[in-house]
Design a protein around this ligand. Structure first.
Ligand SMILES: Nc1ncnc2c1ncn2[C@@H]1O[C@H](COP(=O)(O)OP(=O)(O)OP(=O)(O)O)[C@@H](O)[C@H]1O
Ligand SMILES: [Mg+2]
Length: 355
């Protein structure tokens, strides 16, 4: 019988509740973002005192808590006062001025909006929101098709804090000059987490999501390491769920090192596949980096031009940053006799080949 004692019985599960592994879950405790939350609070505070707020431009890599930290502050604001209204818009979903105004109207309680045009929607917003303070959060602004709404809000809503969130610092320079000069934001960079912060974040989620004792430290550490390597908390959450599923499929009571390794492998395949989903110009540049890993960025650009590439060096650099932020490549700054330069490496998945 001892052969079967470590096996899950039918109906038994390793998961207490998978909701805690979902990407949208709002954890009660946020690790390592005290300073950033403080900056949000400082920007919003004047609104509570009846003044105009400050604006923030928030940027940083994917999966490092920008949205979560911001929502955390909004939740506290809601508990504190009814006079300052928080409005959160995801610009991936709402990517035009019309859609954004429509969404804002919905959020502040207007109904029967279908036959209203953009101007009419904004007139309603204005009449309601100019009674008090407003915190606008526009998340994922790099996905916007239009930015006129920002100009309109900047001009016609009086007491506000506008927080823009994006992965790319350059999204700022892409904004219209008239918007930039009115927005005049402070910049808030979200640094990647260090290993102990990632471990704390994942441990908290693990303890909520899984039955006690089903992770041994070794398997869990493997997941942390991979997550640290990619810098993206979502990868850690995904890996925990996958490893748990794999253990269950094998009726195991404990998640083994092999389960963790298989989950990591699966994430890798997923990652490699997603390369096909990159936009064509990014894919083209990635292919060149892959064939010329370890070269200086200027040399890679020359190769790109020789391959028929037409974009400017500045645009090329932006694509390199994008590829880096999506973990397809890594870059390192080096200083040599000709000054500083950046070396571009194709992402090596050293750890994976170890299994
Ligand atoms: N400090 C933290 N404490 C607890 N959980 C965190 C923390 N930071 C991030 N997370 C979790 O990591 C996941 C990703 O975070 P979030 O969605 O905020 O990333 P993001 O920086 O907005 O990424 P993107 O740029 O891709 O939108 C979420 O599930 C979130 O709960
Ligand atoms: Mg986000």
């Amino acid at each position: 019988m001892s052969l079967f004692k470590d096996m899950l019985k039918s109906g038994e599960t390793l998961f207490r509740d998978t909701v805690f592994l979902s990407y949208d879950f709002q954890p009660k405790i946020l690790y390592g973002r005290e300073n950033e939350q403080q900056r949000f609070a400082i920007a919003i505070k004047p609104l509570l005192q009846g003044h105009n707020g400050r604006n923030l431009f928030v940027y940083g890599a994917p999966g490092i808590g920008k949205t979560t930290a911001c929502r955390h502050v909004l939740r506290e604001l809601e508990e504190e006062t009814d006079e300052t209204i928080p409005i959160y818009i995801n610009c991936w979903k709402e990517n035009t001025t019309y859609k954004i105004f429509y969404k804002i109207c919905e959020e502040i309680g207007f109904k029967f909006l279908h036959n209203k045009n953009t101007n009419e929607l904004f007139a309603m917003i204005k009449s309601k929101l100019n009674k008090g303070g407003v915190v606008f959060i526009f998340d994922e602004i790099d996905k916007l098709d239009e930015t006129d709404f920002l100009y309109t809000i900047l001009e016609d809503i009086y007491r506000k804090t506008i927080i823009l969130i994006t992965n790319y610092r350059d999204s700022y320079t892409e904004l219209d000059e008239r918007i930039r000069s009115r927005l005049n934001p402070e910049f808030l960079y979200f640094r990647p987490y260090n290993e102990s912060e990632i471990a704390n974040i994942l441990r908290q989620r693990r303890d909520y999501a899984f039955v006690q004792g089903c992770w041994d430290e070794e398997s869990f550490k493997e997941i942390i390491e991979k997550c640290v390597e990619t810098n993206d908390v979502r990868i850690g959450l995904y890996l925990m769920r996958e490893a748990g599923n794999l253990a269950e499929e094998n009726s195991l009571r404990k998640i083994t090192l092999a389960n963790a390794a298989a989950a990591i492998k699966k994430a890798e395949d997923f990652h490699i596949k997603s390369k096909d989903l990159l936009e064509e110009d990014l894919r083209h540049i990635l292919n060149i980096v892959q064939d010329n890993s370890g070269k200086k960025i200027g040399d890679v650009y020359t190769l790109y031009q020789q391959n028929g590439g037409e974009m400017s060096y500045k645009s090329f650099q932006r694509r390199i940053v994008k590829l880096k932020e999506s973990n397809f490549i890594s870059t390192e700054k080096v200083s040599g006799k000709d000054g500083n330069t950046t070396i571009v490496n194709f992402a090596q998945h050293k750890k994976l080949t170890d299994f």
